[in-house]
Design a protein. Structure first.
Length: 341
């Protein structure tokens, strides 16, 4: 017979004795004398009760790592129908003591332990802490080098530097030069590449502070798409000229599109046979880094279709007005007509 069973039987006998009419006084004295043993027996009995198996990643983490982690998003695979059918999920998790330390866990509902294990979680957490420590070191290094209004993130062997300001030549060239100087002074091989992103100035410190958390890249609130103006992937140690690429999904690109269309329409009024019809909502192509750009500075290639009249649903365009737009100068140049696309 196990100790827990014996303890439970003794407690039952003692409880029965205390309920007899001739023993209230004896019972009180005995209760006082043996109270510590009774509490010990109850504690032992409670320890042998079976724990409820957790059904969510948050409950599992709380059971295995009490008070240490916060689940920001329990399932990042909501739109993955095959994964949903299989019960496969992906969670974004943050360290409660340091919310910038974030990592991801793949888990599955309906399987033992949700498909998670303590060692894997510990490894993911330690790797995330290393990435954040590296990002903080680079933030300090770039700040000391003179970079202003920026945030830093690390993803594996890449460094992401977001600079918040107008996408002028001064901001682009100055940021790239500062980052290159810092790279030349580094003592190790990190990073292998640097992503420099010019962001809307009003977005500075609105989504995060100086460190870009890892969850930012997967949770996807739309903030990145709206506020990224243009970017350049710089290979570490390379002296190649910058190739900046505009983001077609940003609010700034919408303004560039409107301006380019107005200039394309003015060109068409002078050069196309009338009647013709053009609509700013009908753009068939956008290239944020066109290889044929002749002028200095980043550019965007736009292609606008034109028709002989307002088109129906399946109408084919008569041709396309194609040109290159330079945001620095706000000009749409190299304009020409192409009959097919």
């Amino acid at each position: 017979m196990s100790n827990s069973v014996r303890a439970y039987q003794l407690f039952r006998k003692f409880n029965t004795f205390c309920q007899t009419p001739h023993s209230p006084y004896i019972c009180k004295k005995t209760m006082v004398r043996h109270a510590p043993w009774i509490f010990l027996m109850l504690s032992l009995f409670s320890c042998f009760r079976k724990k409820t198996a957790p059904e969510t990643v948050g409950a599992w983490l709380e059971q295995q790592f009490p008070g240490r982690f916060d689940v920001q998003v329990s399932n990042l695979k909501m739109l993955d129908l095959p994964a949903q059918f299989k019960g496969e999920k992906r969670a974004a998790v943050a360290d409660k003591a340091d919310q910038e330390v974030q990592f991801f866990l793949n888990w599955q509902k309906g399987v033992d332990g949700l498909g998670l294990d303590v060692e894997a979680v510990t490894r993911a957490h330690e790797y995330a802490k290393t990435e954040v420590a590296t990002a903080r070191a680079w933030q300090e290094r770039l700040q000391n080098a003179g970079l202003e209004k920026f945030s830093v993130g690390v993803v594996d062997k890449a460094l992401i530097v977001q600079v918040f300001g107008e996408p002028s030549a001064a901001i682009r060239d100055g940021s790239a030069a500062t980052i290159r100087r810092a790279l030349n002074d580094r003592q190790d091989q990190f990073p292998e590449r640097v992503f420099i992103e010019i962001m809307e100035p009003v977005a500075f410190h609105t989504e995060f502070r100086d460190i870009i958390p890892r969850g930012h890249w997967e949770i996807g609130t739309g903030w990145q798409r709206n506020n990224l103006i243009l970017s350049w992937c710089m290979e570490s140690g390379s002296d190649a000229a910058a190739v900046w690429e505009y983001n077609p999904e940003s609010g700034r690109s919408s303004r560039y599109h409107t301006d380019a269309f107005q200039q394309a329409k003015a060109w068409a009024d002078k050069n196309l046979r009338k009647p013709f019809f053009m609509d700013s909502d009908q753009m068939v192509a956008y290239d944020g880094a066109p290889p044929k750009a002749r002028k200095k500075g980043p550019a965007i290639s736009f292609s606008f279709p034109y028709f002989d009249k307002k088109p129906g649903e399946d109408a084919e365009p008569q041709g396309y007005i194609i040109g290159i737009y330079y945001p620095d100068e706000q000009v749409f140049t190299d304009v020409h007509v192409q009959r097919t696309f």
